[in-house]
Design a protein around this ligand. Structure first.
Ligand code: GYE
Length: 331
């Protein structure tokens, strides 16, 4: 734990602070001149992906609230969906000698070097939400988050049931999440796996919408132009589905009726569209990882052993179930 930072470190930290500010996010950023005060308080450096979706906003709030409730000092940075920014943030947390680093890796590959740096500095790392593809699993203590393959499967299984007994070709378009990210890779493969026994269910176009509403809309516009008959949209998150709904309506079609829509997350805006029958089915992915993350952080800082993989519990929603769940929905 450093009380004073070197000029070089401070430079890096200020840069991070600037990046964070642009993102319109956060609070306890790494440039606040704070740091460990030798008072026994745990300091966590958290390198967030960005602010790309409603899911992410809820996830950030969960982490910030849970840190405050647990008395953990949080240094938080927003990488604006860029791996290089996350790596810079992690390096700055290492330089500041935080007690624990947590992050949600934007993409799966390319983390070994920086994770090794944290390990060499004896700073434990916890992965939240998204996985890395590192072969060496001693580079992190635990991975807390959803099983995205299962989520993709649930989406595909719903579709298989929906068209059970029908043989006409069903044209599916897919809006993928951020290229190279665990949820995009896994939601794609889980879905493909679930529909592979139904040869009439055909993915006719599949492209990334980067998990954002704006890109979801843009790519859906292109899909609609290129394909006169689209029966189903599978979007890897609600935000892209919501953007696509705008494109579908602008093209004079009825979302949920002319084009059936399946998405993942179950954030409030998605659930509202589902309750209005503009989306037909949503697979839940919980962003409320903060409390479990803080418990894990306390344990790893104490040197206690923790489970390498901790799964979040999730469900699925039909329009009726969305109507019932909406009043109590926390995100
Ligand atoms: O589904 C999406 C967000 O990694 C599970 O990232 C997360 C995904 C989530 O942008 O909305």
């Amino acid at each position: 734990m450093l009380k004073r930072w070197s000029a070089a470190v401070l430079g890096g930290v200020l840069l991070l602070g600037a990046l964070t500010a642009c993102g319109g996010e956060n609070s306890n950023d790494a440039g606040n001149g704070g740091g460990a005060k030798g008072d026994g308080k745990i300091t966590m450096g958290f390198a967030q992906v960005g602010a790309e979706s409603g899911w992410r906003t809820a996830n950030t709030k969960s982490i910030q609230d849970a840190a405050a409730a647990a008395g953990i000092e949080l240094k938080f940075s927003d990488a604006q969906q860029k791996q290089e920014n996350q790596i810079k943030a992690i390096r700055s947390y290492i330089a500041q000698k935080v007690d624990v680093i947590a992050f949600s890796p934007v993409v799966e590959s390319g983390w070994d070097t920086v994770l090794k740096e944290a390990k060499d500095a004896k700073i434990p790392v916890i992965l939240t939400d998204r996985a890395v593809d590192s072969k060496d699993t001693t580079l992190y203590k635990s991975f807390l988050g959803s099983d995205f393959v299962v989520e993709g499967k649930k989406a595909g299984e719903w579709l298989v049931k929906e068209y059970e007994g029908k043989t006409d070709q069903v044209n599916i378009v897919e809006l993928q999440g951020t290229t190279g990210s665990a949820p995009a890779n896994d939601r794609k493969s889980g879905f493909a796996d679930a529909i592979k026994g139904s040869p009439n269910l055909k993915i006719i176009a599949s492209q990334t919408g980067d998990f954002t509403r704006a890109k979801g809309k843009e790519v859906m516009e292109a899909f609609l132009k290129a394909n006169p008959k689209i029966d189903v949209l599978y979007a890897h998150n609600d935000d892209m589905a919501l953007g696509a709904i705008e494109a579908i309506e602008a093209a004079g079609k009825k979302p949920g009726t002319d084009i059936k829509i399946i998405s993942v997350d179950a954030v409030k805006d998605g659930m509202t569209a589902l309750s209005q029958n503009k989306i037909n089915f949503i697979v839940e992915c919980s962003p409320l990882l903060g409390p479990q993350l803080m418990d894990l952080a306390k344990k790893v800082v104490k040197g206690e052993s923790v489970q390498q993989r901790i799964l979040t519990e999730e469900t699925t929603f039909t329009p009726e179930q969305a109507k019932a769940a909406l009043p109590d929905r926390k995100y």
